[in-house]
Design a protein. Structure first.
Length: 165
């Protein structure tokens, strides 16, 4: 009985090249636009979720309609530039997040199937090694490095609590 294979994808070289080219195109297009925050900076800045975006969007409308309430220390031009950046980039981020999710799901499923197949092979090799089939012990030991054995203390290695005093 063979293992079910839910994913059987072959990525042709021309498609792989096209994907690489598209990623390079995106990286080039975003090169002078995107920034990278350090982890500490990321933790420190207030975050904007969907509700906050709605609040900021409403505020932009009120600022335009009621500029008399804008305090002198608020730079409306900077606010508008920042808001436009968010409004422009957010649809791209959502599309890329969706694509990223699909990539992760595909990698997860393919990885799971490959790992299960590798475990099946490993169990088979271990069975052959127990029967002293040539080369099987070397393969079993090599693959077994993935699963370090926890050495159980021998009866002689155990410390008698009464003797330790």
């Amino acid at each position: 009985m063979s293992q079910p294979n839910k994913i059987a994808i072959t990525i042709p070289p021309d498609v792989e090249a096209k994907i690489k080219e598209a990623i390079l195109t995106l990286e080039d297009a975003f090169d002078k636009i995107l920034i990278t925050l350090k982890p500490e900076e990321r933790r420190m800045v207030p975050k904007m979720g969907n509700e906050t975006f709605s609040f900021v969007s409403k505020t932009a409308g009120y600022i335009e309609a009621n500029p008399e309430f804008v305090p002198p220390f608020l730079n409306v031009e900077d606010f508008n530039v920042d808001f436009k950046v968010i409004a422009t980039l957010l649809p791209f981020a959502r599309a890329i997040e969706q694509l990223h999710g699909m990539l992760e799901d595909t990698i997860t499923l393919a990885g799971s199937e490959a790992y299960i197949a590798a475990l099946i092979y490993y169990q088979s090799v271990k069975t052959f090694a127990k029967n002293d089939v040539i080369h099987s012990k070397e393969i079993s030991m090599d693959l077994g490095e993935r699963f370090p054995q926890h050495k159980k203390p021998k009866k002689d290695d155990t410390i008698d609590p009464l003797m330790a005093q």
